[in-house]
Design a protein around this ligand. Structure first.
Ligand SMILES: Cc1cc2nc3c(=O)[nH]c(=O)nc-3n(C[C@H](O)[C@H](O)[C@H](O)COP(=O)(O)OP(=O)(O)OC[C@H]3O[C@@H](n4cnc5c(N)ncnc54)[C@H](O)[C@@H]3O)c2cc1C
Length: 393
């Protein structure tokens, strides 16, 4: 193996994809991950069904990762409908080519990222290696592991989650937004077919999103229930039967009779946006750079956009790795890609979780306006699916 040119902290789906993209550009890296190799090779199901944009899928195809997915792991997303409260009118998105994107379980995305690393001799994966200290100087970037080992390279890339310790160690602050809400997720079988349509229902006090899992069954969806955290904690204490009764009562019978088809999972909702994406000999990617609220389904997609952009910048400056200019160009480009959607997502969350009457009326007005104005709707969908043009009402 060649001399290590980049150290990547975090073997999540973004860190491993970063290593693959660098290898494809001829750059050798070592990935340091605190979990065991078994957890990376065979990740446990975590309930997350990741909606991928067209740009996200294209990047996975370029990395050769998409081709590793079995058909049942890919669920097409052909339509989406957004409802406000109990109002029956909705905002409807459909793609002229019947393809808004696709849903893939997160554990599959993690597995294919690990497989990609196995195929690339330029990547070394070091598991059960927790990074505890960082030093960045003009000569090199150096990491210290919990076991006392030290590693140096021209560049460190941090992909160590939205609560990134490396970000802090590099002296980079972040905006952190705790929404005071949590999501409960579960796979649910239903009587009516989903027709590959996602439903996003903004009710008073909670939000229910139904993500169609057509790769597995035309009558299986993932329910993403967003609640104030105290309510979510209460519901976590309920038996499966009690919880399903509540879901059935609040589903407005949109999918008919419901049956729980898997374990329930829980995530608190916190968004983060790093003040900078790069420093001397250092770059942030994935959730460590931008950790999104999942309502617009962009976190992992942004991770992939960042991987592609940073790899392209570094490929162009292979012989001066760690130099400032390419890192700054990456930072500027990634901010341009992510900042408008990060702000837009937070504004949507604010508007659709405000229970006061003026806000309820405003969101009904926003949905009606967008439904009545096809160019506005097409512009929103284009942002969300990262595909140019092609949407019909
Ligand atoms: C409920 C939910 C739904 C979502 N839905 C979507 C969606 O539809 N579409 C979408 O695009 N995104 C979605 N996301 C976001 C997506 O899951 C994340 O953006 C993505 O998983 C981030 O990957 P990552 O590799 O950056 O970070 P992580 O997956 O958090 O990986 C970080 C890794 O770093 C390791 N690590 C941390 N600290 C250290 C250390 N000091 N030393 C060594 N290793 C360390 C950790 O062990 C971990 O393996 C969703 C998220 C949630 C919670």
């Amino acid at each position: 193996m060649r001399k290590v040119e980049a150290l990547i902290v975090g073997g999540g789906p973004v860190g491993l994809s970063m290593a693959c993209a660098l290898a494809d550009a001829g750059i050798a890296s070592t990935v340091l991950e605190s979990a065991s190799e078994r957890e990376l090779a065979d990740p446990a199901e975590d309930g997350r069904e990741i909606a991928l944009t067209h740009r996200g899928m294209a990047i996975l195809q370029q990395l050769g990762a998409w081709q590793d997915l079995p058909p049942q792991a890919i669920s097409p997303l052909c339509q989406a409908r957004v409802f406000n409260g109990r109002a029956s009118d909705s905002l409807h998105f459909a793609d002229a080519r019947s393809d808004l994107g696709a849903l893939v379980p997160n554990h599959w995305l993690r597995h294919i990222a690990w497989l990609g690393v196995q195929r690339r001799p330029l990547v070394q994966l070091r598991c059960e290696a927790r990074v505890v200290a960082l030093s960045l100087d003009s000569a090199a970037a150096t990491l210290m592991l919990a076991d006392g080992a030290r590693l140096s390279a021209p560049l460190v890339i941090a992909a160590d989650s939205r609560f990134s310790a490396l970000r802090r160690l590099a002296g980079i602050g972040a905006e952190m937004r705790d929404f005071g809400r949590s999501v409960l997720l579960a796979r649910i079988e239903h009587e009516q077919p989903h027709q590959d349509q996602a439903l996003e229902c903004f009710h008073h006090g909670h939000t229910m999103a139904w993500l169609p899992l057509g790769g597995v069954s035309p009558k299986l969806s993932s329910l993403v229930l967003t609640l104030p955290t105290d309510q979510a904690e209460l519901q976590r204490g309920w038996s499966e039967g009690q919880w399903l009764d509540w879901v059935q009562q609040h589903s407005q019978n949109r999918l008919g009779a419901l049956k729980l088809a898997g374990p329930r999972h829980h995530y608190p909702l916190v968004a983060t946006y790093a003040h900078r994406f790069a420093a001397r000999r250092f770059a942030l990617v994935g959730d460590a750079a931008v950790g999104m609220h999942p309502v617009t389904a962009h976190g992992y997609n942004f991770g992939l956009y960042g991987v592609q952009r940073l790899a392209a910048e570094l490929a162009g400056s292979r012989y001066s790795l760690g130099a400032d200019a390419p890192l700054q160009r990456y930072a500027t480009g990634h901010r341009r890609d992510t900042w408008p959607i990060y702000q837009g997502t937070n504004a949507v969350v604010k508007l659709f979780t405000d229970e006061r009457r003026p806000a309820r009326l405003l969101r009904q007005g926003v949905l009606r306006l967008a439904q009545a104005l096809p160019p506005l709707k097409a512009a929103i969908a284009q942002q969300l699916t990262a595909r140019p043009g092609g949407l019909r009402a």
